[in-house]
Design a protein around this ligand. Structure first.
Ligand code: MG
Ligand code: MG
Length: 280
């Protein structure tokens, strides 16, 4: 018995709709993201994309939050607020978090972008190279966590896999102040998903489980503070940060990455993990 709702295959198919719309909104943001654009403009693009599919932003349902995305620049880790005055520069590392709700089901996903010039190039500096590497390591850790979920007996094996992956790449800070979560009828549900090894084994992993895995990683310390706006979480040592997130379903045949355009198929196959996608 669990204290969170396990979903049926039919419910996962409904959730996939929310996940796919979330993926398309983030893809639109990625395509539009270029030096000189404001984070408020990216917010508008995400919202238009979500509404074009008849869905709505679930971030706007969070009490006190009035935007569609969180846009966190450089040493901002998560919960950065879009603003007209936040103009992106080439080489900035930008984490974009977004979610959509449709038919009562939710998607939640985040990507990191190294902001390019109009011609697609990025500044060739050590700082930018480190930011590219930080994003690669963080995204890789997310997929290590997804791969672990496919084989896990207990949920906290996911966090151990993420931590081991990151530790093998170099010295990074894995946030412990903020963690992943179950997802379904609400964007945030039980159980918590840790991105690091814990003593507690966590709940059993069975078909029907849906979780948002979302490692938040810095190039320095994992200590954070919240800015005076009450939202923006920054690294205490001002080191750059990256955030990658997917909503993932455990099915009878494997895992289904609900917020990946292809359901995770290509990347899961490369990792030797069974793709658990369902069709109506
Ligand atoms: Mg999110
Ligand atoms: Mg989340």
């Amino acid at each position: 018995r669990s204290d969170f709702e396990l979903k049926t295959p039919e419910q996962f198919i409904a959730m996939r709709k929310a996940g796919l719309i979330t993926a398309k909104a983030l893809e639109a943001v990625r395509a539009a993201c270029v030096a000189g654009i404001s984070t408020l403009e990216l917010d508008r693009i995400a919202n238009e994309t979500i509404e074009s599919f008849g869905a709505h932003s679930n971030f706007q349902l969070v009490a006190g939050y009035n935007h569609t995305i969180c846009a966190s620049i450089n040493h901002e880790v998560v919960h950065g607020i879009p603003a007209e005055a936040r103009i992106l520069e080439a080489g900035d590392i930008l984490s974009v978090d977004c979610g959509a709700e449709i038919d009562g089901w939710n998607g939640d996903s985040a990507i990191t972008i190294i902001v390019p010039n109009a011609d697609g190039s990025v500044p060739e500096t050590d700082q930018v190279r480190q930011r590219i590497e930080l994003s690669r390591v963080t995204e890789g850790s997310l997929w290590a966590g997804i791969a672990a979920l496919a084989k896990a007996e207990r949920l906290n094996e996911v966090g151990a896999a993420i931590e081991d992956y990151i530790d093998a790449q170099g010295r990074y800070g894995i946030l412990e102040d903020y963690v992943g979560h179950g997802i379904g009828r609400n964007m945030h549900e039980e159980p918590p998903v840790y991105h690091f090894r814990t003593k507690d084994l966590g709940p059993k992993v069975t078909p029907g489980l849906a979780v948002a895995i979302e490692p938040m990683v810095t190039a320095g310390s994992n200590k954070t503070k919240v800015l005076a706006d009450g939202w923006t979480v920054v690294s205490k040592d001002s080191s750059a940060a990256s955030h990658w997130e997917h909503s993932v379903a455990v099915t009878e045949s494997g895992v289904w990455v609900l917020t990946a355009l292809d359901g995770g198929k290509a990347r899961l196959e490369a990792l030797g993990v069974p793709f658990g996608g369902l069709s109506a």
